[in-house]
Design a protein around this ligand. Structure first.
Ligand code: ZN
Length: 169
């Protein structure tokens, strides 16, 4: 088993769309970034890449490359999952903590969690998504930015055992 950790931070700006975990959240501000600025997917992608020592999201997707401009971040996550599969690892569980002052995510948390389980191809029970505030302190507390932390546990897929089980069926 291996552990990966990822973190991401974006400024919030009026007129941008807010995507969290691949879900569009209605709000007056959105993440400022080269892509869609989805901090949840970016920190998660970094955690997955980190678990197999494959660098970070910026190593694979240069933010100076026009190809990724305003692109949805699902692309980056799928790419990290492809790497994980190539290295013969699978995700056991993920634990994510998002920090933002507004909007309140009470009505969206389950939707985000469901979407993450779909994107990752793992059971919802293995996806934890939490949201906190900064109690009005600092850039995040003032609603000018948001931040996310993600931890992932991956395990090596035992290919020989799988093949044997298949043959027995
Ligand atoms: Zn980011």
């Amino acid at each position: 088993m291996r552990i990966g950790f990822g973190t991401d931070f974006h400024r919030l700006k009026k007129g941008r769309k807010l995507y969290l975990g691949g879900v569009e959240i209605p709000f007056e501000k959105g993440s400022l970034g080269h892509s869609d600025g989805d901090v949840v997917l970016h920190s998660l992608t970094d955690a997955i890449l980190g678990s197999i020592s494959k660098g970070d999201i910026g190593d694979h997707f240069k933010d100076s490359d026009p190809k990724w401009k305003d692109k949805r971040s699902e692309i980056f996550l799928k790419y990290s999952l492809k790497f994980l599969k190539e290295e013969n690892y699978k995700i056991e569980n993920v634990d994510i903590t998002l920090i933002l002052e507004k909007p309140k995510l009470f009505n969206y948390k389950e939707q985000i969690r469901k979407n993450l389980s779909l994107l990752l191809g793992i059971d919802e029970k293995c996806v934890s998504f939490k949201a906190k505030t900064k109690e009005g302190v600092g850039a995040i507390g003032k609603g000018d930015a948001l931040e996310c932390y993600a931890v992932v546990l991956v395990s090596q897929v035992k290919q020989i055992i799988i093949e044997k089980t298949k043959r027995r069926k």
